[in-house]
Structures are given as C-alpha cells and as structure tokens.
Design a protein. Sequence first.
Length: 195
Amino acid sequence: MRFFRLLSVPVIMFLPVMMVAAQTQTGQARPAQKHLTMTITGFADGSDIPLKFTQSGDQTSPEITWINTPAGTVTFLLHMHDMDFSRNHTTDDQLHWLVWNIPATETGLPEGVPKGGQLQDGAYQISASGPSYRGPGAPASFPRHHYVFELFALDTKIDVQPGTDPFATRADIMKAIQGHILEKSVYVGLFHRPQ
C-alpha cells in the first residue's frame, strides 16, 4: 500500500502535462491568445535609439505601430519617459512624450508627429518641452538611459486637458486611467549623447 501511494504522487503530478500533450496531439489545444504588441520603426526593443530621434539629432518622433487591439478599447495612451532621471530629487522621472485619447481605430503614430497640443485625430500631446515630442538627451558622462515607451489600451476617453505644468497634467492623466487599463505594451530604447 505504501509503495502504491509513492507511485501515485508522480502520476498525479504529471497528469495535467499529459492532458495538455494529448490535446496538442489531437488538435484540440487552445489557440494562443494575442496581446497588444507595440513596435517602433528605426530601432529594436532594448537597443540604442538612432540620433535622428534624439536631442542630438533632428528630435523627430519615431514611427510607432501596434497590433491586437483588445476588445472594448475606446482610446490609447502613449507614455514615453526616462526611467533613469530623478526630477527634483523625487520619484518623478522625465516626461518625454505623453499622447492621450488616441482613437481605438488607430494602429500607430507616424514618424515626425508635428508640434501642437491637439493632433488631427483629436488626441493631445505634451512633454517637458511643451506640446511636442521631446527626444532623449542623457549627457555623455552618464551611462545609457532607459527610455521607456508604454502603450495603454483603455476602455474610456480621458477627460483631462493639457495644463501649463506637463508633470501635473501627467499625474492627472495617470490617476484618471486607474481601473480603465485593458492591456499594456512596453518598448525600451537606450541613449546617451555621443562623446
């Protein structure tokens, strides 16, 4: 009896694995779930950001595309920030680009989004520099900074207008999206100024 108990434990442990394998062999396995995925044209995720997208170059915003919009999405929010920067000795980091109320029908932003608080599709944009994209600009004396692009699919439209303080506007927006995030996709670029 004791031998049977010892033998039954490994069988029970591997039973779920055997069931999944059997489903896969018979073609009854669940299809892979598709998640919101963002891509940035011009540099790979986790690689160096080309000069043209930075303060050392043309400070042009990169082309950003996404796929697999979740059901129920009303708007998108794009947040680009420098995770290695501490603003005023606080936990607040540097705001490089915040674009909100991008319609759910959109699948990306083109390269070189023009300056201006409101875009043609009704979305708004701000950065620490004003109503536009702010390219990476970490000094050469620093290690490469991590510039994080976060794309949020939201089930609501954000009722926040651009204010005079972009950091206060960001705080208001981040507070407003709590409880409304359907999915999130993240992409990272690295940069510091050339020597």
